[in-house]
Design a protein around this ligand. Structure first.
Ligand code: 13P
Length: 256
């Protein structure tokens, strides 16, 4: 049984004080849904404030990116050891970082390995563009992204890894993939790729989220799909009511 994971990717929203007061209130609202892993991923400057605010609550903290080196002359970058103690999860491979920061599959693979070496858990985002989708290339492209990100990572590390299928055309657009399509790509493409790489037992353990215009009104639909193990959420995770409803829907759908 895979524990569902709902993660709020706050992108470049919320100051340190806004983030800390938000999670204090969020913790009260989502405390009851203990069958769901609940994660917030604030901007770097809010990590310490949020990490302090969640002490004693069930909320876990994620960072939004990382460099692969332990330290060095990389102006503006954040190294894995700097995140230890502040974050448990780290999003890597987000399409916005691939598009705006020029991140390649090879860089994402290095980041994944660096995180694992420091006991941090990668949330690896993959997903196709609209043009690739229109051309019918989704399956091959997403499978290729998964293989590239996991190159050289052994099966023992896989339970620490979360994957997120985020079709680029659905991010922040209000256009979401249907739950059937999410199931098809997550179950039929991504989990199948994991099965080819690591065998069925390992593939069955790995959690795979859907992301892209997830809202309270479509969350239950995604969560009703057998291979969708939660959501990576942008816009809706910035609002207390919406975040609470997303967690509640995940809890109800996957509850035991
Ligand atoms: P939205 O939920 O705003 O579409 O963003 C999705 C996303 O990019 C999460 O990482």
């Amino acid at each position: 049984m895979r524990t569902p994971i709902v993660a709020g990717n706050w992108k470049m929203y919320k100051t340190n004080s806004e983030a800390a007061s938000f999670v204090r209130e969020l913790a009260l609202r989502i405390a009851a849904y203990s069958n769901v892993e609940r994660v917030v991923c604030p901007p770097f400057v809010a990590l310490a404030g949020v990490a302090e605010a969640v002490v004693g609550t069930p909320i876990k903290v994620g960072a939004q990116n990382v460099h692969w080196e332990d330290q060095g002359a990389y102006t503006s970058q954040i190294a894995p050891p700097m995140l230890v103690g502040l974050a448990e999860y780290v999003i890597i491979g987000h399409s916005e970082c691939r598009a705006y920061l020029g991140e390649t599959d090879e860089m994402i693979n290095r980041k994944a390995k660096a995180l694992l070496a420091h006991g941090l858990k990668p949330i690896i985002a993959v997903g196709e563009s609209l043009a690739q989708n229109d051309a019918g290339d989704t399956d091959a492209f997403v499978s290729g992204q998964v293989r590239a990100a996991l190159q050289g990572i052994d099966s023992q590390s896989m339970p620490s890894i979360v994957l997120a299928y985020e079709p680029i055309w659905a991010i922040g657009t209000g256009k979401s993939a249907s739950s059937a399509v999410a199931q098809q790509i997550i179950g039929g493409t991504i989990r199948k790729t994991l099965e080819e790489l690591y065998g069925v037992q390992v593939a069955d353990l790995v959690r795979i989220q859907y992301g892209g215009s997830v809202k309270p009104d479509n969350m239950a639909d995604y969560m009703s799909q057998p291979d969708v193990d939660g959501a990576l959420v942008g816009g809706a995770s910035l609002k207390l009511d919406d975040f609470t409803k997303l967690v509640e829907a995940a809890s109800r759908a996957k509850g035991s």
